[in-house]
Design a protein around this ligand. Structure first.
Ligand code: OAD
Length: 245
């Protein structure tokens, strides 16, 4: 394994040689902003059961319970700030026009850090969608006054996120696949890469000939197959990518 400095130098070299870069982020990039991940120590899926909260069936059974959970997450995220990892990726986007940022996170911290084009393949916690008329709107209030919230048409709203058993937003997903197929370098940051189809983007990039770098504090199922597994936290590793060599 390379030291942190050697890993940073290698990735910077690969970045400067690449005509296109794709970045895939997961909950780990927001961990140092105080937002719990899903599967690690203190992870949400260690305390809560996804099938009770984050499926269409759970919502149909008890929309109030599902909404309480999402409203609690909105409140937690509203008090969080983007960290040095999010900020470094926003800076990379400004410097590198061929960069595509794909995130599984619904927290909106990439937007708040200044990233302009974020492919949110698992949706956005700050978007509400009407279950009756399908209209969507943004609501940034950390705590909604009435649960479940309703649309102007009177229909019940749901969180604009992807639940287990649902398809991904088609246009966003297609853009992510196109970017990964065409990229020369993929950075995989803070994700366990176990949720499909997003986890499959790593193999897709490799089979299309891209170099793949993983930045993660722990080993994951993709660590053994990537070109460089950089064992570091996002806030330590990513700022090093925007430093000059
Ligand atoms: P996970 O909780 O599965 O994985 C988080 C990853 O981040 C782990 O591999 C950690 O080792 C790593 N990590 C933790 N802190 C880190 C840090 N400071 N720097 C770098 N890495 C760190 O979260 P995701 O992979 O994002 O989906 O989970 C994928 C999907 O599963 C989520 O989008 C969500 C969840 O169920 C839906 O809700 C549809």
């Amino acid at each position: 394994m390379l030291s942190g400095q050697a890993a940073a130098a290698t990735v910077r070299e690969w970045m400067s040689a690449a005509a296109s870069i794709a970045v895939l982020t997961g909950a780990g990039i927001s961990a140092e902003s105080g937002i719990p991940t899903f599967r690690g120590p203190g992870g949400l899926w260690r305390t809560y059961r996804a099938e009770d909260l984050a499926t269409p069936q759970a919502f149909a059974r008890d929309p109030h319970l599902t909404w309480e959970w999402y409203d609690w997450r909105r409140a937690v995220i509203a008090t969080a700030e983007p960290n040095a990892g999010h900020l470094a990726l926003a800076e990379l986007e400004r410097r590198f026009h061929g960069l595509t940022l794909i995130t599984q996170n619904v927290d909106g911290l990439h937007d708040r850090a200044g990233s302009r084009r974020v492919l949110k393949v698992h949706g956005d916690l700050w978007i509400l969608r009407c279950t009756a008329c399908a209209s969507e709107w943004r609501d940034l209030r950390p705590s909604l006054p009435h649960l479940p919230p309703t649309c102007d048409c009177g229909g019940m709203a749901r969180p604009g996120v992807v639940w287990f058993g649902e398809g991904l937003p088609e246009e966003t997903w297609n853009s992510a696949v196109t970017a990964v197929r065409g990229t020369e370098l993929l950075l995989v940051i803070g994700t366990s890469a176990v949720v499909y189809p997003v986890g499959g983007l790593v193999q897709l990039a490799q089979s299309a000939g891209a170099k793949v770098v993983e930045i993660n504090v722990a080993e994951t199922p993709v660590s053994a197959m990537v070109d460089l597994a950089w064992r570091a936290s996002a806030t330590i590793a990513l700022p090093q990518l925007i430093q000059s060599a």
